[in-house]
Design a protein around this ligand. Sequence first.
Ligand code: GDP
Length: 178
Amino acid sequence: TEDRRASYDFLYKVILTGDTGVGKTNLLSRYSRDEFNPNSKATIGAEFSSRILVVDSHRVKLQIWDTAGHEKYRAITAAFYRGAKGALLCFDITNSTSFSSLSGWLASVRDNSDDKCCIILVGCKSDLKEHREVSREKAERFVKEHQLYGYMETSAKDSSNVEETFQRVLEHIYRKEL
Ligand code: GDP
């Protein structure tokens, strides 16, 4: 359920992390504006988008922050992580290097964000299964090993699991905050 009026009861900051090119910006644009850009180039600058959703008749504003190109230079500041209640740790299922980078990204999230930060692993570009380099099993093993809140495979191109992924992180945060 979605509502575009401006007032809300809770504000949750959610961050997107992972290597450049994995699909973070398109995941966010699909979720917040229902847009996909096949030739998106990394734009540098702080970027965030919001949506207001309803849980248990409370209006919750999800404020989602994208690294907006800074990840390329590992130039992400503490302010990016500060206060994040949720994190989508993103890799590209067709790029095993982006999977190898995950432990570094995870360490940054754990070092810099809220202790209770709810982290979900996201395998992006699920529409490109014929080029898959990272199996679902491998991703699920990572989730177990690092005690994350789950694994989702998304496609910003065909929209699959995009709504469900943000909904999931929202519900996990909400339950923890109660
Ligand atoms: P970011 O650097 O992590 O923000 O990645 P972008 O969102 O800019 O995406 C990098 C490239 O991958 C762009 O060319 C996108 O069009 C492409 N891309 C992003 N998401 C998907 C997806 O779900 N499916 C496919 N096929 N391509 C995608």
